[in-house]
Design a protein around this ligand. Sequence first.
Ligand code: ZN
Length: 253
Amino acid sequence: MIIDAHVHCGIQDNFPLQSYEAYRYVVRGGQIGGAVMFPPVMEIYDRYDPHFTDSETWIHRRKSANEYLLNIGSSDFTVIPYLFVWNDFAIEQITPRHKGIKWHRHSNEPVYDYYSPRCRQAIDEIRDRDMPVVLEEEFGNTVQFIEQFAKDVKVIIPHLGILNGGYRTIKQQGLWQRPNIYTDTALAPVYDILDYIRDNGPDRIVFGSDFPFGDPNRELGKIMRLPIPEEQKEKIWGSNIERLLSESNISSG
Ligand SMILES: [Zn+2]
């Protein structure tokens, strides 16, 4: 089965439209049979306010955003929800259906409090459950997260690192070669994907579209046309993510 491992999905932020129905409409008639989905950033915090402080309204908005993903999907399409964890580290909201964690921040956005006990507890819980974290953060925090705060946690750096400091910067830091570091192909250039596979092999890279910012059909076409063996493509669009998630969040917690 072809799985799109990077999809934003929600019904509170409608610019652009990113509901489950909107995604299904875009991929209709195609070969994508399932998707990893996390809420849109604007359903989690106000990314345009660097002095953002939390409120009851936002706590509720976040909770609804994460719950929405638990109630979609159908017999002909698999939805794999990831819990979007923000600065309140509400890991008590992890359910048995969640297979991963979304962790997201750009440089001008409100910061995660990495030194709070709540953060440490959240990371310990994520590590115990062996859940992968899709980590989009600025470069310095990405390095600290991987080398220090969340050592040995499985991390998916999205977009071949475009928004985590850049593909080559991460390569120079030696992060790609770590056995617990994965990446996705969403909006990444073909030459970086090929360079990545040459350096690290085809087992820790997964297909993703970044819908609604990327077009799932075009992003899948990009993988299908890569000048690599067919069995490597099958790993990228299916078996790698299935293997990664097969062990995720199956303990009693
Ligand atoms: Zn994204």
